[in-house]
Design a protein around this ligand. Structure first.
Ligand code: TXA
Ligand code: MG
Length: 341
């Protein structure tokens, strides 16, 4: 398949926006930018279009997709009911990097939600994403625009690397500012955080009171047991490099990595640490700035692959604020290999 590359620099690029909308309205699939990661979009109400997403990504059929809207008025038809908690979350965090799971209405094909009777809805803040959804006039199902299992795409280049020749179009636009996928909260029963993101657990709690954090956020899901968010059971975000997470203070981390300098290992570290390391180092952000870690993580993981790194010792981030999202992605990239010093 020839993949059309469509350059869109702003929401005022009407020609590009209309072209992507036309492809989507005809049942095609296109990689589009959002503030979190690039998404691979299709008409959420068209089962055939949705099936193309699963095929292009090599995504397991039992991993449900997020449906994207560009106005609050697009929400009611997608859900059976809007829990009052959802209204409060929408008032505070939409548009933005928060996905809310609610009871699914009949118009959303079961395949979008992998057969679950719920639907995940997100209202992105990215102006180009919103313009594309509005121009198509359709809710768009969009998982991250990577091959299933590889790190999520935060640049147009990442999308081309993974999906060129497999999708109808790729929008060439700027890098994603957040860099990790949206926070996912389930409102089926008591509010439960299924995936941490840039809308933090602390922020959610400030609005909702206590929010349960699903065990799968930080721990390895038990084999054979059902998980609340099917995406969490897959070995996710994984580069080819074997990543090993090191939980330690700066000095211990640096000494540990340097003691392995003759073993051909790499470091996946904070930028403040680079100068003190005697092994090749890829930085994923500043230790003092969790947002920079989120923004840099997936590019850093892909960089390790490009450098042919066999093993990388990653310095574990703090687990508070956006750090919890960074930790959640890194521990998966490390397939839960962790050393505590
Ligand atoms: O930031 C994001 O959310 C990006 C951009 C493109 O919007 N999208 C994204 O989609 O990360 P994806 O498919 O890579 O991740 C969706 C996650 C998966 O872990 C999936 O299992 C979960 O959301 N999910 C979707 N629908 C669900 C549902 N009905 N119940 C439970 N989990 C659900
Ligand atoms: Mg994904």
């Amino acid at each position: 398949m020839n993949t059309e590359k469509i350059i869109i620099n702003s929401e005022n690029d009407r020609k590009g926006i209309e072209r992507v909308a036309e492809i989507l309205k005809k049942g095609g699939i296109a990689a589009i930018p959002t503030e979190t990661v690039y998404g691979l979009a299709a008409n959420a109400l068209d089962e055939k279009a949705v099936a193309k997403i699963f095929k292009a990504k090599g995504r397991p059929q039992d991993n449900p997709l997020i449906v994207h809207i560009s106005e609050l008025s697009m929400l009611p038809p997608l859900v059976k009911e809007i829990p009052s908690v959802a209204k409060r979350l929408a008032e505070n965090f939409w548009p933005g990097p928060l996905t809310i799971i609610m009871p699914r209405s009949e118009i959303v094909p079961a395949s979008v939600s992998a057969g679950l009777d719920t639907v995940a809805v997100r209202f992105p803040v990215h102006p180009i994403a919103r313009a594309i959804i509005s121009a198509a006039g359709l809710p768009l199902a969009a998982p991250s625009a990577n091959l299933s299992g590889s790190p999520s795409p935060t640049t147009a280049k990442h999308c081309i690397k993974d999906l060129d020749g497999k999708v109808d179009a790729i929008v060439i636009s700027g890098d994603c500012s957040v860099g990790v996928e949206s926070t996912v909260i389930s409102l089926i029963g008591k509010p439960r955080l299924l995936r941490p993101g840039a809308v933090t657990a602390e922020q959610l709690e400030s609005i909702l009171g206590e929010v349960e954090i699903d065990k799968a956020v930080t721990a390895k899901p038990e084999e054979g047991k059902p998980v609340a968010s099917p995406g969490m059971k897959y070995k996710h975000y994984a580069p080819k490099t074997q990543v090993i997470l090191i939980e330690a203070d700066d000095n211990d981390y640096i000494n540990y990595v340097n003691s392995h300098k003759d073993d051909g290992v790499f470091a996946l570290c904070f930028s403040e640490e680079k100068e003190r390391l005697c092994v090749p180092a890829v930085c994923y952000g500043e230790e003092s700035d969790e947002l920079s870690q989120a923004a840099g993580l997936f590019t850093a993981l892909r960089r390790l692959d490009e450098l042919g790194a066999k093993t990388a010792f990653a310095h574990s981030p703090k687990r508070t604020g956006v750090g919890l999202a960074v930790f959640n992605r890194l521990i998966r990239a490390a397939a839960f290999r962790e050393i505590k010093l």
